[in-house]
Design a protein around this ligand. Sequence first.
Ligand SMILES: [Mg+2]
Length: 250
Amino acid sequence: MVTLRAVIFDMDGVIVDSEPRHERAFREVFAAMGYAGTHGIEFQAYYGRSDRALWQDFVDRHQPPQPIDELIAWKQRRFLEILREDQPLFADAPGLVADLSASYLLALASGSLHPVIDAVLEMGGLRRFFPVIVSSQDVARGKPAPDIFLRAAERMGVAPGECCVIEDAAAGVEAARAAGMATIAITNSLPADRLARADHVVSSYSEIRALLLDRSRAACRQRPTRGQGISDTSTAGPRGPRGRMSPPAG
Ligand SMILES: [Mg+2]
């Protein structure tokens, strides 16, 4: 049994209701480029993935004159404008982050670029809760590769099996599974059946709170078929940021 010590948050679709706004920013840039009805991008397929992944497919398909880095920067500028106008934090997310920070090490692992991450964390006063922040910029391969979550665990100084990932996208769930981490998927962006490979699929932040903080239940336990189980805090001694440092029993 491995004690859960760290929680890694995805950002887009978990902390901030950004997926519709990413899509809006992409659509506006596509329209300005002359591809309003012909871009051919299925946005849901890119939830949880980096902007570069979407732009690379767009470039491969349409061969636009602009270099990909210019397209990435263009969409990001527009997205940041929309973000600052709308301030779309999920209402219950900041409270959950604050409460979990009292019992777990926290990290943010996002497919977004650092300027976007900075804007979101500034919006909610959330930066202080995330000593570790990893962007897809910082690793070789974005989700669904496990790199970003493994880097977050490494920087927190915990084993992958001691981490639980909170995700909203199928690519993120696959990345967390590939990293050997427990996963909770919240249905903010996709229906439950698209997230079924997560250990737990929930529709509210209170369910996440119950899974990770309710001492009365064996929370966030991995499925038996996944190998090692993960214990909740009920047997891990006193609460607190260092309250669950019992070593993994393997
Ligand atoms: Mg996401």
